[in-house]
Design a binder for this molecule. Structure first.
Ligand code: ATP
Ligand code: MG
Length: 482
């Protein structure tokens, strides 16, 4: 276990729920925050990454405000292990850089400081503002807003730009701690932990929603989802992962604005989709995306195919495949992006490839064409990188080699770069359909021992059978006599 992982283990699950309610002290949003003093919340410094503490203390000792912010505060309060620790401060990126030798400034959209440690990077962001009043007015031409911090240093591209529809295109404005909290997406993601007095600072009634297990946008959900449609799928991810419910108005806005998800850029949606389905709650995410109406906009061709039956059977493999992926993620087994995507969409691609093969196409060409069709229809919405598409192709093509044991050159199959993922694909298929167990066992034994195990009679598709199939296909391709 890495150092980073060790410290958060001791928080009992749901620790936060043991603490007294703070609702009585709540002010309306946008005014002074609720401050929850150290004795009234369960976050102790022993739960915080030592590197993050180092960063917080150095900022504080140099006279700056220094908070832990975002997902780590939420997760610590819930007794979960944070993925990473993010810091927010009133120091500008250049001021942060001057304090840390191990600091690199990154980001074009918004300058961030990354403080590098051996096994961890602590991200330090200067407090930002969303300038909501400008956003509300920006319904015609793009608007530009600028704020200059006390030391006169400007962010590199000091612009806050919104599109005609109110979508934030650039968000690059320094702000106050309160503005920084209120520009965040959900109330439970807007809590801050101050290293000055170890209190929690709550500007958005996040503690109450955390206690009640609710995902709620900060401010009007319609406005917040139009500003950034990706927040809709983030709402689904947090609800699924934390076991929370989506608050009613937030859910209504989400269903209403689901078509707007395609306005997010295709590379960003690719990254978000991976996070969604590799979160360990992919099956729940899938159900929620369908209920919200988002799934059909993210994967239109696949979704229409799911709604149809094949040979009188509904297509149910995706849900089961995602359950299998969740099991892998839960037990710490990595699932690569191409394997995930092959598992999710393999049945769809294979069905199309089968049709092409029945029409006489060779396996390789058929899989290529079927996969290209899928990648082509997804391209404008979710940009699956070329190298990932190539690896998906390899995984799907290898299934045809794995189906034959021992096949022509089994050593060649073992040497393929995607062999491990192709075998994992087969493993999942076996678990989902209950078919192909003997073939799987054969390849697992062969890859482990590197000596060819005997083939039990009646197992898999022999060379003879596949040759017959090729001959049959060959015949079908001949033109009909005039
Ligand atoms: P995870 O544990 O999955 O990383 P997280 O809450 O840390 O969850 P991040 O994507 O790492 O999520 O973002 C960090 C914080 O930045 C969030 O908690 C939220 O406060 C803010 N944030 C991220 N994306 C957005 C967004 N699209 N709009 C507004 N705030 C956002
Ligand atoms: Mg995070």
């Amino acid at each position: 276990m890495s150092k980073k992982r060790a410290f958060a283990k001791t928080v009992p699950a749901g620790a936060f729920l043991l603490f007294p309610p703070f609702c009585a002290m709540k002010p309306p949003m946008n005014s002074e925050p609720v401050i929850i003093p150290r004795p009234d919340h369960p976050i102790s410094r022993s739960l915080v990454s030592p590197n993050a503490l180092r960063v917080l203390y150095r900022l504080k000792d140099n006279g700056y405000i220094a908070y832990l912010v975002g997902g780590c505060v939420r997760d610590l309060l819930l007794g979960r292990e944070p993925k990473d620790f993010d810091v927010a401060t009133d120091a500008t990126p250049n001021q942060v850089k001057r304090l840390f030798r191990n600091c690199r400034l990154v980001g074009r959209r918004f300058r961030l400081a990354h403080i590098h440690y051996q096994d961890e990077i602590i991200e330090v962001a200067t407090f930002r503002a969303l300038a909501p009043e400008e956003l509300a007015e920006a319904d015609t031409a793009p608007a530009a807003v600028e704020a200059v911090p006390a030391d006169g240093e400007r962010p590199r591209a000091p612009r806050h730009v919104v599109s005609d529809e109110g979508m934030v295109l650039r968000d690059n404005v320094f702000g106050t701690p309160g503005e920084d909290a209120l520009r965040r997406d959900f109330t439970v993601n807007a809590l801050a932990y101050s290293v000055a007095d170890f209190s929690i600072i709550d500007y958005a009634k996040g503690m109450e929603d955390l206690r009640n297990g609710v995902i709620r946008t900060i401010g009007d959900p319609v406005v917040r989802f139009i500003e950034d449609p990706v927040r809709m799928i983030r709402a689904v991810r947090f609800a699924a992962n934390l076991g929370f419910t989506v608050e009613e108005a937030t859910w209504r806005a989400l269903r209403e604005l689901a078509p707007a998800i395609t306005r997010a850029t295709a590379p960003r949606l690719y990254e978000e989709v991976l996070k969604l389905f590799l979160s360990g709650e992919g099956e729940r995410v899938y159900q929620l995306l369908r209920q919200a109406g988002l799934f059909g906009y993210l994967f239109p061709g696949f979704s229409a195919w799911l709604d149809r039956e094949s040979d009188g059977f509904p297509h149910s493999q995706i849900g089961k495949a995602l359950e299998w992926v969740d099991g892998q993620v839960g037990s710490g087994e990595p699932v690569s992006p191409p394997l995930l995507l092959a598992l999710m969409f393999g049945e769809y691609v294979e069905e199309r490839a089968e049709e092409l093969m029945t029409a006489g196409m060779q396996v390789t060409d058929a899989v290529n064409e079927a996969l290209a069709g899928f990648l082509g229809e997804q391209g404008p919405i979710i940009a699956i990188p070329q190298r990932i598409g190539l690896a998906m192709r390899e995984i799907l093509l290898l299934q045809h080699r794995l189906a034959k044991i021992p096949g022509k050159r089994p050593q060649g199959v073992l040497a393929r770069s995607c062999f491990a993922e192709a075998l994992a694909y087969l493993r999942c298929r076996c678990a989902v359909t209950g078919e192909g167990e003997k073939i799987l066992a054969w390849w697992e034994r062969y890859s482990r021992d590197n000596t060819m195990p005997p083939v039990e009679p009646g197992t898999g598709e022999t060379e003879e059978k596949s040759a017959k199939r090729r001959r049959r296909r060959g015949k079908r391709r001949k033109p009909a006599p005039a």
